[in-house]
Design a protein around this ligand. Structure first.
Ligand SMILES: Nc1nc2c(c(=O)[nH]1)N[C@H]1C(S)=C(S)[C@@H](COP(=O)(O)O)O[C@H]1N2
Ligand SMILES: [Mo]
Length: 204
């Protein structure tokens, strides 16, 4: 059988073989019984799902590469999860909302422009390559937006907050870009970038 052609790499990236595990605040223990995925902020109807309830929502599957701003990319893993647009429609997002803030069990946060979060292929992923996310990779949930760098894919997600204006998240405070679009190489804000070392927890 002919091998599938390699995908075109975005500017400045190289293909890595495995995900490097990052956990800026350590790998939290998630108690799945008390875990909730909440949709909050500028919405008519705030939502709160248990893990079982969230798993019963319609699922989207996509085979899309992942790109870390530190330049490694993983070619075409399979992601499966719930459309963020569906969640936004269910919660009835108010017109004042312009940004989304992802919040995590470990305190990590990541902002994304509303329009990027609402793209057809922007999901809250529950599975990768057919299995539930492993603990180090964000079980039970992480957003995945294929056109944005992977730091926006906030692991151990527990809240999607719709907000009216941009706020820094964890990495944005250190100078990483507000949006982080891969094709446009939106790595860092215009100035004030101070690199910080990242602690890896192995690979997966
Ligand atoms: N909660 C949390 N989510 C996070 C991070 C983190 O440190 N904490 N690191 C981000 C970065 S920079 C990357 S590249 C990816 C890495 O995903 P992986 O650990 O599954 O390889 O997770 C992102 N999501
Ligand atoms: Mo990253």
């Amino acid at each position: 059988m002919e091998k599938l052609a390699r995908e075109q790499l975005p500017p400045g990236q190289f293909w890595g073989r495995r995900f490097v595990i990052y956990a800026a605040s350590g790998i939290p223990k998630v108690d799945i019984g008390s875990w909730r995925l909440r949709v909050t902020g500028l919405v008519e109807t705030p939502l709160s799902y248990t893990y079982d309830e969230f798993n019963r929502l319609p699922m989207t599957t996509e085979i899309k590469s992942a790109h870390c701003v530190t330049k490694w990319s993983i070619e075409r893993p399979q992601w499966e999860g719930v459309s963020i647009k569906l969640l936004a429609e269910t919660a009835k997002v108010k017109p004042e909302a312009t940004w989304v803030m992802f919040h995590c069990v470990d305190g990590y946060t990541a902002p994304v422009p509303l329009e990027d979060a609402l793209r057809e292929d922007s999901i809250v992923a529950l599975k990768m390559n057919g299995s539930p996310l492993i603990a180090q990779q964000g079980f039970p949930a992480r957003p995945f937006m294929p056109h944005l760098y992977l730091w926006k894919s906030a692991k151990w997600l527990n809240e999607i907050e719709f907000i009216s204006e941009y706020r820094d998240g964890y990495w944005e405070m250190y100078g990483y870009h507000e949006r982080g679009n891969v094709a446009d190489e939106e790595r860092f804000k215009g100035d004030g970038y101070k690199p910080v070392p990242r602690r890896a927890f192995g690979t997966a």
